[in-house]
Design a protein around this ligand. Structure first.
Ligand code: UT7
Length: 331
């Protein structure tokens, strides 16, 4: 990586048009706008139409980013797509379907499964691939259709999730002063696998002939266990990122956390003594979109014109696996 930098040259997103409010949910299940807002900070979520799969949102976000970059899909060498809601189990990867949808015929393509930390993992994976091979551009996507794996009778989870996709284009440049992705820290703790899980359908527990598919295919979460993990994960990761980059919090322009629960971010900001205004939060509008939440937020903040060249950004993700980690980015 010595004589090169891996820059983010463009961002994009895709949000399904259908917006569902807390009151809409309260008309269906035993919940309320007051409970959801006070316990999570969520006001709305966007839900994809039945005909829309993960690759559809991912391809739309990718096209949006390509448009901003003004570059041709054929110039993309690598596609890395993070998702927990792939179009198909196992194969083909959703990244391959996106490659075809956007006609990026020169790119190789693969998926990353790292729960809500997926985009943080994917950025580092793509940057690593750009830094070792004869490759210049990567498309990195986080895309989810969580509504498809949500148990709509479980008020403990169904109020939390939304659908969407975000994408960035990474470019390798020989100009080291260009900034870009400076460093990434990644962690996993598989002993917590059971606390956030989609139990059925995989090789551990496949559906058998004649069996009726039920809600065991949906996301199950031990909310409190994951909450405690999440506050520690975000706190530890931010401390480690600052130490690794030798930065003080005053050097940081913005922290883009995974949008799982505004209370988690608030707890971390209090614990670390970081003003809450440093954190970019859009959970009120989009709810938890898992691996899409960080790139959606990054695109939003970018298109709002809130980032300028040289700004220091920290991302921090945490979720199923359990996984966590963060990126240091110089804009
Ligand atoms: O993105 C991946 C990472 N995911 C996360 O980081 C999520 C982490 N967990 C959380 O954010 C929180 O644990 C939740 C938001 C999921 C739950 O909040 P909580 O404050 O931990 O609530 P709880 O599960 O302790 O439930 C408290 C009460 C219960 O009622 P009782 O037993 O005290 O009578 C629940 O039945 O709230 C009830 N409850 C609800 N009430 C109205 C749970 N969900 C709802 C709901 N509406 N939607």
């Amino acid at each position: 990586m010595k004589n090169m930098a891996i820059e983010i040259i463009a961002t994009g997103r895709a949000i399904p048009p259908k917006r569902v409010s807390n009151d809409d949910l309260a008309a269906q299940i035993d919940t309320s706008d007051e409970w959801i807002r006070s316990h999570t900070g969520i006001g709305y979520r966007h839900i994809a139409d039945e005909s829309v799969a993960c690759s559809d949102l991912a391809a739309e976000a990718a096209k949006n980013a390509l448009e901003m970059a003004g570059c041709c899909p054929l110039s993309i060498d690598v596609i890395v797509l993070a998702t927990a809601t792939a179009d198909y189990y196992g194969t083909p990867s959703t990244a391959c379907i996106v490659q075809d949808k956007i006609s990026a015929r020169n790119a190789f393509a693969m998926d990353i499964t790292a729960g809500c930390t997926g985009f943080v993992y994917a950025l580092e994976t793509a940057a690593g691939l750009l830094s070792v091979g004869p490759r210049k551009r990567a498309l990195v996507i986080g895309a989810e259709v969580l509504s498809r794996v949500t148990n709509w009778d479980d008020r403990g989870t169904c109020v939390l999730f939304g659908d969407g996709a975000g994408a960035v284009i990474l470019e390798r440049t020989e100009d080291k002063a260009a900034g870009g992705l400076l460093q990434t820290l990644l962690y996993a703790d598989g002993s917590g696998a059971e606390s956030l899980i989609m139990r059925r359908g995989g090789s551990r527990s496949p559906y058998k002939k004649g069996e009726t598919i039920d809600t065991s295919i949906c996301i199950e979460m031990n909310g409190q266990e994951v909450y405690n993990f999440a506050v520690k994960a975000i706190t530890d990761t931010l401390e480690a990122l600052l130490k690794a980059g030798n930065f003080s919090i005053d050097d940081v322009t913005r922290i883009i956390p995974h949008q799982a629960n505004a209370r988690i971010v608030l707890a971390a900001s209090k614990r670390l003594g970081i003003p809450i205004e440093k954190f970019y939060l859009n959970i009120e509008q989009f709810a938890n979109t898992s691996s899409a939440s960080i790139p959606i937020a990054l695109d939003e903040i970018n298109r709002l014109g809130q980032l300028k060249k040289g700004d220091l950004i920290l991302t921090v993700g945490f979720g199923g696996g359990l996984t966590y980690g963060g990126n240091i980015i110089i804009w």
